[in-house]
Design a protein around this ligand. Structure first.
Ligand code: RP5
Length: 174
């Protein structure tokens, strides 16, 4: 992977989405995946959104991660203008707390898929991990990093289990 050329585009509907979508950026940094991050709105800047998605493949992008809240059409609009994989993150907030964004993002018509993650920061984290997994299909170094990441998760669970039993809770016996 060329360290300079972004291969993942993180796009969000507003800078108010950055707290959530920044989680995706942190994960990509952890895996040394070059990315770019932009504010584009399906409703407020539709022409720029279409241009971004239309040119993404030619600019070297492999996957787009799109986060928006409320009537969240950004991921769907991006997907309509590219055949790159598009991952959608429903951003929480507002009176419906992300359920509106979830429905708007996930309910795509057949033919234009958006891989929709869960609402909020956990969804942003998983969108970035899924982007890394997509890139890792043809990148052995990333596949190795993912395996190490999973080992870390397992160790963290073991540590939680140990801490709980150190407080006196009964362990299971196989
Ligand atoms: C959505 O409306 C954005 O993605 C954001 O989640 C929400 C509010 O946007 P701002 O009013 O903060 O710009 O389009």
């Amino acid at each position: 992977m060329d360290a300079e050329t972004p291969v993942v585009g993180i796009v969000m509907g507003s800078d108010s989405d950055l707290e959530v979508m920044g989680r995706a950026a942190r994960v990509l940094e952890e895996f040394d995946v070059p990315f770019e991050i932009s504010v584009l709105s399906a409703h407020r800047s539709p022409r720029l959104s279409a241009e971004y998605a239309t040119s993404a493949r030619a600019r070297g992008m492999k996957t787009l991660i799109c986060g928006a809240g409320r009537a969240a059409h950004l991921a769907g609009v991006m997907a309509a203008h590219t055949t790159l994989p598009v991952l959608g993150v429903p951003v929480d907030g507002g009176p419906l707390d992300g359920v509106d964004a979830l429905y708007a993002t996930v309910q795509m018509p057949p033919g234009i898929p958006v891989g929709t993650l869960s609402i909020g920061s956990h969804g942003a984290t998983n969108a970035a991990l899924l982007a890394v997994q997509i890139l890792a299909v043809e990148n052995d170094d990333l596949a190795r990093q993912l395996a190490q990441y999973r080992e870390g998760l397992e160790q963290a669970v073991g540590a939680k289990n140990d801490r709980m039993h150190a407080q006196g809770w009964a362990n299971y016996s196989a």
